[in-house]
Design a protein around this ligand. Structure first.
Ligand code: TXA
Ligand code: MG
Length: 320
């Protein structure tokens, strides 16, 4: 039994605050995926995050705040950004903004960039944590760089075990995939990562042109969002997409209730073809199937609409 896992409580909240103040790492649930949190002003703690995740130093961290006021201390917010914040925060939209430099966020947390990625997550526990700390926290997804994101506390345990100082077990995350990243520093504004909130919803809210993510994965440009361009979200087992009939030594990730499948192992992302449910289960089931030590994980076709686009984008990058 691992000793560094606690459920949400007043005591675990106090401990988490103390740990963050003491430059330790605390894994926390957000509504999207688990984050590996540290105080964004602490170079020591940030170094630990990069080290533990084996994340390239040029890949900046998302900064989490508990209010627009705190966001304003570390970034420059124009009217459009404020509208997006009011509509979607707390929630799964991360904004890239021009950075206001000060010691609340160490240069090292943002890879020395002049921009900064910020969001307010919706977990009450995390909001209290930031509030008590009275500082932003940096929290990338709590998985080894390139591996499947963590949507349950057990995943964090599997990835890092006791190397994380504290893991707050708040159960499974609500959405199961990461936040949408919207760059407000470009003209037109630009979606940098597909996520929970889709392009159309954001464009409608802004009422102006927004550039959508460019799907050309093979073309490695110099991105201002480095994590976007690499193979990512990948199980250790080779992944093949758009397959309806698994081979005998495949693990099968199915979708919809088209036929009776007797193949073992099979996990169905959503028997009722509900794409939100499929997103909720995506990383959870990929991690499960990765543990089956099969030749391949094969995935049934997923409709490419709404959050299905995000699911397909994650799967394509995982299969690169
Ligand atoms: O849902 C989420 O966003 C989760 C939860 C924990 O909040 N976090 C998350 O963090 O997915 P991470 O580190 O796995 O992904 C953050 C992405 C990376 O691809 C990084 O390159 C990009 O955000 N990013 C961070 N700062 C940036 C910046 N200033 N400009 C462009 N991209 C940035
Ligand atoms: Mg990540």
């Amino acid at each position: 039994m691992i000793k560094n896992v606690l459920k949400e409580s007043e005591d675990s909240l106090k401990k988490a605050v103390l740990f963050l103040k003491n430059e330790k790492l605390v894994a926390i649930k957000t509504e999207t995926v688990y984050g590996l949190a540290c105080e964004s002003s602490s170079k020591t703690a940030i170094q630990k995050v990069y080290g533990l995740k084996q994340r390239p130093l040029f890949n900046p961290l998302i900064i989490h705040v508990d209010s627009i006021d705190l966001a304003e201390k570390i970034s420059i917010i124009n009217n459009d950004s404020r509208e997006i914040m009011k509509e979607f925060w707390p929630g799964p939209v991360t904004l890239i903004l021009n950075r206001r430099k000060n010691n609340l966020v160490h240069d090292f947390a943002v890879s020395g960039l002049d921009t900064i990625a910020i969001r307010i997550p919706s977990s009450k526990f995390v909001l209290k944590l930031i509030n008590k700390l009275n500082k932003p926290i940096a929290a990338p997804s709590a998985n080894e760089s390139g591996y499947i994101s963590a949507t349950d506390a057990d995943h964090v345990v599997d990835s890092f075990g006791e190397k994380v100082d504290l893991i707050i077990d708040s159960g499974r995350t609500e959405h199961g995939v990461e936040s949408t990243i919207l760059d407000m520093t470009t003209n037109p504004y630009e979606i940098k990562r597909l996520g929970v909130i889709d392009y159309k919803t954001i464009r409608k809210k802004l009422g102006k042109k927004v550039k959508n993510l460019n799907f050309n994965y093979k073309k490695i440009l110099r991105p201002n969002s480095p994590g976007q361009m690499m193979k990512h979200y990948a199980p250790k087992t080779p992944l093949k997409l758009n397959i309806d009939k698994p081979n005998s030594d495949d693990a099968f990730l199915d979708f919809g209730n088209k036929k009776v499948i007797s193949h073992q192992p099979t996990l169905n992302l959503s028997e009722s073809s509900n794409l939100k449910e499929a997103a909720f289960n995506l990383f959870y089931f990929l991690r499960k199937l990765d543990k089956c030590s099969k030749q391949r994980i094969v995935v049934a076709p997923i409709p490419n609409k709404g959050i299905g686009k995000t699911i397909n984008e994650r799967l394509k990058r995982a299969a690169l």
